[in-house]
Ligand binder design. Structure first.
Ligand code: B12
Length: 211
């Protein structure tokens, strides 16, 4: 019997010893890596996402949970690759050109990764052309752009226009976020969605990829 409740709890409280040891124990008992991923690691991070959204967990705690979750992920990842396990989808994410704020974008990336998506983080100060190249190269299901400055928000629109020019816009769902962004701005530039915080970003991605 796998101690999934204990594993989830260890992720929530950020226990960096218990997470890898419980994952290793489950692997030693012959439990499938995808089972541990879905019912232990992802399930734990989903609770973290919900608590963060509800204001019951705070930023440093979320980052800590994400880092201990990664310790578990490191153990199951090689086995997942061998078993041909496919994630829920690929997300390319980055902070737009001229903007170096990345704390929020990283949390969004961690939570998406923690809930089963393959996340490619392009970093900060990402030019429209680099976003376009990444879409062409990785063929992601979703492109996420972050901006924290009112002066860099327009770059999101520039990127969408460039994707249209290159015939890439229809290949990918586009979501945006960051403190100055709202729904109205998202629709004005033709993005597919906006999320106020990381928990809602996970819900948004799920919704966009379901329909
Ligand atoms: C930390 C910080 C910095 C750090 C950034 C460190 C880093 N590695 O990120 C440093 C010190 C470097 C910095 C620099 C600057 N900053 Co600053 N910074 C902040 C601060 C205090 C917090 C931002 C933050 O991390 N918040 C916490 C995270 C968790 O929240 P978040 O980023 O909003 O992310 C959440 C959501 O927005 C959403 N989200 C975010 N991205 C995405 C993406 C997608 C796809 C989705 C769906 C959702 C999503 O989910 C996240 C998690 O829930 C804000 C103030 C504020 N209250 O926002 C100012 C702030 C953003 N900064 C500001 C300014 C002006 C600057 C500087 C220009 C200052 C200067 N004169 O040099 C420079 C700009 C440098 C540059 N070129 O980018 C202003 C912007 C004002 C404006 N209207 O444009 C703010 C609002 C401060 C202020 N009140 O004046 N800053």
């Amino acid at each position: 019997m796998v101690a999934y409740d204990a594993l989830k709890e260890a992720i929530i409280i950020g226990d960096e010893e218990k997470v890898p040891s419980l994952v290793q124990k489950a692997l030693d008992e012959g439990v499938d890596a995808p089972d541990i991923l879905n019912n232990g690691l992802i399930a734990g991070m989903e609770i973290v996402g919900r608590r963060f959204k509800a204001g019951e967990m705070f930023l440093p705690e979320v980052l800590f949970s994400a880092s201990v979750m990664h310790k578990g992920l490191d153990l199951v990842n090689p086995l997942l690759a061998k078993s041909g396990h496919k994630g829920l989808g690929t997300i390319v994410i980055g902070t737009v050109e001229g903007d170096i704020h990345d704390i929020g974008k990283k949390i969004v990336g961690f939570l998406l990764e923690g809930t089963g998506y393959n996340v490619i983080d392009l970093g900060v100060d990402v030019k429209a052309d680099s976003f376009a190249q990444a879409v062409a190269k990785h063929n992601p299901d979703v492109l996420g752009m972050s901006a924290l400055l009112t002066t860099t928000m327009p770059r999101m629109g520039t990127t969408i226009e460039l994707l249209k020019e290159k015939g890439l816009r229809e290949k990918v769902k586009i979501i945006i976020g960051g403190a100055p962004i709202n729904d109205q701005f998202a629709s004005s530039i033709g993005a597919d969605g906006y999320a106020l915080e990381a928990g809602s970003a996970v819900d948004l991605v799920k919704k966009l990829l379901a329909g």
